[in-house]
Design a protein around this ligand. Structure first.
Ligand SMILES: [Mn+2]
Length: 310
């Protein structure tokens, strides 16, 4: 159910052995630290696509944690503050269809990381988000208000009467947690049924369609939502991107967002001082084209690292 971080994955070009201005990620990453320093960033993988399988999607996202690390490994390390340490804590694995147990285990790992810093979760199908939420809730206690920020083409608020999946997490959380609220942007008007829009209205979800993201209403709505909560978590579902820029996902969006737009929104979300955790979900390496989606995912992870912990 768990494998430790592997130094074999963190390999790449070396321009200089000792001068940090030449460093890339694989030269600064620490593995499986027992005593992380305060203010560190912890990476934890969630090698799971059981939620995607249950949601009748195309499986393969469980290979993403390794694919994302491989793409991140050779990116230049541009942290000019020199104050961040970054630690890979390995992967929680779901091999036996027991999604609920794996999500609980991910939650425990995330809560541990949050004791000393912030947590970046390498999903996994979007069911990763539920484990991320469990970890944040465990870390901050029951009374803190949590704002869930999702960049996604879909609401992921289906009924879970016949079981939870990668399409039910936000309904699960809102049903069981009165101190959680939900903001989602990038929703595709014709990528969700009318019933799902009705569910979102019924649960007072704040949502913005892909075509509304240049408006002042969006900018102001996002700011108000972030300011109104004690703690924020951010999740990025890679199927929000245009299918041409992110082909390696279970459910591609022909009218999805451009990568630069997602980068812009992501920077706003993760630079907020209340944001403690980010997850990247739904990269599916078995459907990818020339690692395009995994590489874009690694660039987003880098943006999160650079723009948080200021
Ligand atoms: Mn999603």
């Amino acid at each position: 159910m768990y494998r430790k971080a592997d130094s074999e994955i963190w390999k790449g070009r070396i321009d200089h052995e000792t001068d940090p201005t030449y460093f890339r990620y694989h030269q600064v990453i620490q593995l499986n630290s027992d005593a992380p320093e305060q203010g560190s960033i912890g990476l934890i993988g969630f090698a799971c696509d059981e939620g995607v399988r249950r949601n009748e999607g195309r499986i393969g996202a469980k290979y993403a944690p390794i694919a994302l690390r491989k793409q991140l490994s050779s990116l230049p390390w541009r942290d000019q503050t020199k104050s961040k340490s970054i630690i890979d804590f390995g992967d929680v694995i779901c091999d036996d269809h027991d999604l609920e147990l794996a999500q609980e285990e991910l939650g425990n790992k995330v809560a541990n990381i949050l004791i000393n810093g912030k947590a970046i979760i390498l999903g996994g199908g979007h069911e990763t988000l539920y484990g991320q939420y469990l970890g944040v809730r465990k870390a901050v206690g029951p009374d803190a208000s949590i704002g869930l920020l999702n960049i996604d083409a879909h609401f992921d608020m289906r009924s879970y009467d016949i079981g939870t999946s990668s399409g039910t997490m936000f309904k699960q959380i809102l049903d069981e947690d009165p101190n959680a609220s939900y903001f989602v942007c990038g929703i595709q008007q014709y990528g969700n049924t009318t019933a799902l829009f009705n569910t979102a209205d019924q649960y007072n979800v704040q949502y913005f369609l892909d075509e509304q993201l240049d408006s002042t209403e969006f900018t102001q709505g996002l700011k108000n939502f972030m300011d109104a909560h004690d703690v924020l978590l951010v999740t990025l579902c890679m199927d929000v991107l245009s299918a041409s820029e992110a082909p390696g996902v279970s459910a591609p969006s022909p009218f999805g967002l451009p990568a630069l737009k997602v980068r812009d929104i992501l920077r706003k979300m993760v630079s907020h001082q209340k944001t403690v955790s980010f997850s990247i979900c739904e990269v599916n390496p078995s459907l990818d084209v020339d690692n395009r989606t995994a590489k874009l995912g690694a660039y987003f992870i880098n943006e999160v690292i650079i723009n948080s912990f200021k």
